[in-house]
Design a binder for this molecule. Structure first.
Ligand code: ADP
Ligand code: MG
Length: 395
């Protein structure tokens, strides 16, 4: 992959620098309730402001209609939270690149920060509209992309704008790309990939890509039942994608040919329905009752998986092992999370929105080497797809 230009190569002093961040943070009663994404952008913002740039931040938040300003999707709460974290006020524009944004941008002193309004208030953002890119470009002398979470989208602020201004990768985006490509290109072996979540169909490309890189592939979550069905087991009423059974069988064969150790559950926690207070039974994999569904890996499986994880030098984990949102079906995911966290000799990399939520729920985030902030973007990168927001910084 061609190198991306780092902001370390940008002489930012006195320049107006447009920075695409991912401040798509949850808000309640006008205040940000989880500032993880805002904190993630601090190194880049501090570096630019410290160098004396006039920092102009752009982001989307939520899914507005794309018909103009909507209070509930305003970025004002994010600007306030950023101001608290930086210890200096952050100016807030009432529009994206209209009169108010232009006036506030022109009034910025070196080292000051301005937040533009939600990019998706303008329908041209998602269309990567050239005229919109030009209007944004007029606000800046240089462009920095630090929004890894939207790097898989070819929008105006992630792709088109990079063609109009000298463009650079912020530290967050750079770190994500370096860590994930480093894991794929030169992992320390044994490389254990753990894949779970709900559907095989969502993850097939990730599994196939990792099959070429890893030594051990650990499969849990709803998707394991399609693999188990491919092996001829009855899976009761578990999540099973009939259209994907043949593909799962082909992957099992491919793993055998490549010498990849592919681990599937040996026991499962079954429930009579999809509910926290369902009646449950833990059974061996060949004894799933016809009228029950598997909602978590069983304890023997968790020990087997923990052992494989403990031997690895590189661990990549995407997708919970069970329905961890319900306490009755969280044990498998927690056991795997603890095994990953306990392996201090390995590079441990977590990707995927729900997997990251699970790691946070068990209080293990600090024990991991790297937690990706980009759900869909990290999956597409692992699949080997070009991310438009990254490619734009390589040209
Ligand atoms: P990520 O966001 O980490 O990529 P996914 O979105 O693919 O993960 O999958 C997460 C979801 O998978 C969770 O909501 C979880 O409840 C669900 N899930 C895990 N195991 C099962 C299962 N056995 N049956 C049904 N759903 C499951
Ligand atoms: Mg998810």
């Amino acid at each position: 992959m061609a190198a991306i230009r780092s902001i370390d190569a940008l002489d930012a002093a006195g320049k107006r620098v447009l920075v695409r961040v991912d401040f798509n943070a949850p808000v309640a009663d006008g205040a940000v309730t989880d500032d993880t994404r805002i904190r993630a952008a601090l190194p880049t913002i501090r570096k630019l402001a410290g160098d004396g740039a006039k920092v102009i931040l752009m982001s989307h938040r939520g899914r507005p209609d794309g018909t103009g300003f909507q209070e509930e999707f305003s970025l004002a709460p994010a600007a306030r939270r950023l101001g608290e974290l930086l210890g200096v006020p952050v100016a807030m524009a009432g529009d994206i690149c209209g009169d108010d944004a232009r006036a506030k941008a022109a009034a910025l002193a070196d080292g000051e920060v301005l937040m533009l309004e939600n990019l998706r208030f303008d329908p041209r953002e998602k269309k990567n509209d050239r005229a919109f890119c030009e209007e944004l470009a007029e606000l800046g002398d240089a462009y920095v992309n630090d929004a890894f979470g939207t790097a898989h989208r070819a929008h105006a602020s992630t792709a088109g704008l990079a063609e109009l201004l000298p463009s650079y990768a912020g530290y967050l985006l750079q770190n994500e790309v370096d860590t994930l490509t480093g894991m794929l290109d030169a992992p320390r072996h044994p490389f254990c990939a753990i894949l779970g979540g709900s559907k095989v169909s969502d993850k097939i490309a990730v599994i196939e890509a990792l099959m070429d890189k890893c030594d051990t592939l650990v499969i849990g979550g709803g998707m394991c039942f399609t693999f188990l069905a491919a092996q001829g087991y009855g899976v009761g009423t578990s999540l099973k994608e009939d259209d994907w059974v043949d593909r799962a069988a082909a992957m099992l064969r491919k793993a055998g040919q490549k010498g990849v150790e592919l681990l599937l559950p040996v026991d499962v926690v079954c429930a009579d329905r999809f509910a926290e207070d369902a009646s449950t039974r833990t059974v061996a994999i060949d004894a799933i009752p016809a009228d029950m569904m598997g909602l978590d890996i069983g304890p023997r499986t968790a020990r087997l998986y923990a052992y494989a994880i403990g031997r690895a030098q590189t661990v990549f984990w995407n997708g919970p092992m069970g329905v961890f949102e319900m306490d009755a079906f969280a044990a498998g995911t927690e056991a795997v999370a603890r095994a990953v966290a306990a392996n201090k000799a390995a590079d441990t990399i977590i990707g995927g929105g729900d997997s990251v939520a699970a790691v946070n729920k068990f209080g293990l985030a600090d024990a991991m080497t790297f937690i990706s902030t980009g759900g869909g973007a990290s999956m597409e990168l692992v699949e080997g797809r070009e991310l438009p927001g990254v490619a734009a910084l390589q040209r």
